[in-house]
Design a binder for this molecule. Structure first.
Ligand code: AMP
Length: 280
């Protein structure tokens, strides 16, 4: 596996792929890799001739009081996992390389960035869209792989690609969970053992919503109530939002008469966790 830190070298490596008519898959990450990330890597390897993973803890997607400074990092472990998975190149630029002095250009997907996580993280998706477009421009991948765990992020990126005529196919991949159902996340490492046990309530709430969906329940409030009650059974859990939305527009549903996305963000102590379930 080649480890590349400069934009010029990365572009050169990608151009070589294109000249040899090799399809190229990209898996963008912030590192501290777990099975969720590696499932994206495996899918990318199965669908492309060459695969690049990127690791970049992107400062522009963190708010001022968020966890950028303490975000978990394990460069050695990450390299070993990517190498063992069969990734061809790792792009791992530093912040100066991505946002040099005088940097001033940002991409905004206006409406999709506003609800849900956008309410408490106003600049988050602007940072995500910007760094992803930069990665797409540097690497020019045939396909790029993102997890449905970050559902709003996936929708924002798909919209950006459509609106800006980017020639990369964006592929959403299923959420990988721990054996008890908690969605895997680098941020799970912040949880104490007792918080970790309680964190399964996010998944349990979503499962109850799914069970309600199977009964053809149409009342949105019932879904939200069952999720909220499941989460509030555990102490120290503080929901930031619990919503039932249209899976494409992310607008609140007034009644359930077709596909619905249950989506939530919950604080457990200082740790903010997100999860969702698509019901169709
Ligand atoms: P992150 O390193 O958290 O920015 O995540 C990098 C990519 O991995 C994003 O596309 C995430 O949606 C995806 N991802 C993170 N956790 C999971 C998971 N549990 N299952 C599937 N994909 C995931």
């Amino acid at each position: 596996m080649e480890i590349i830190t400069s934009v010029e070298e990365m572009s050169e490596w990608s151009r070589e792929c294109a000249l040899n008519l090799k399809s190229l898959g990209l898996v963008p990450t912030m590192g501290y890799l777990h099975e969720g990330h590696l499932s994206l890597v495996r899918k990318a390897i199965s669908e492309n001739d060459r695969v690049v993973a990127s690791i970049f803890v992107n400062p522009t997607q963190f708010g001022r009081n968020e966890d950028f400074g303490v975000y978990p990092r394990d460069p050695g472990g990450d390299c070993a996992k990517l190498e063992a998975s069969g990734v061809d190149a790792l792009f791992t630029p530093d912040a100066e390389t991505m946002y040099g002095a005088g940097y001033e250009t940002f991409v905004e997907v206006q409406h999709l960035s506003l609800p849900l996580c956008g309410q408490t993280r106003p600049d988050h998706f602007r940072g995500v869209a910007t760094v992803v477009l930069k990665l797409f421009n540097i690497i020019e991948p045939t396909r790029a792989y993102f997890g449905c765990k970050d559902y709003q992020q996936l929708q924002v990126i798909k919209k950006m690609v459509r609106d800006l005529n980017v020639r990369t196919e964006v592929i959403g991949c299923p959420t990988v969970r721990e054996p008890d159902g908690l969605a895997m996340s680098s941020r799970n490492s912040y949880l104490s053992p007792s918080q970790r046990k309680r964190a399964v309530c996010l998944y349990e709430g979503l499962r109850k919503a799914q069970a309600l969906f199977m009964t053809h329940e149409t009342d949105v409030e019932k879904y939200i109530r069952v999720i909220a009650e499941t989460i509030s059974i555990e102490s120290g859990t503080n929901p930031e939002y619990i919503r039932l939305v249209d899976p494409d527009t992310l607008r609140d549903l007034s009644a359930v008469h077709g596909p619905a996305l249950a989506i939530l963000a919950v604080r457990i102590g200082q740790t903010r966790l997100i999860d969702n379930a698509l019901m169709s």
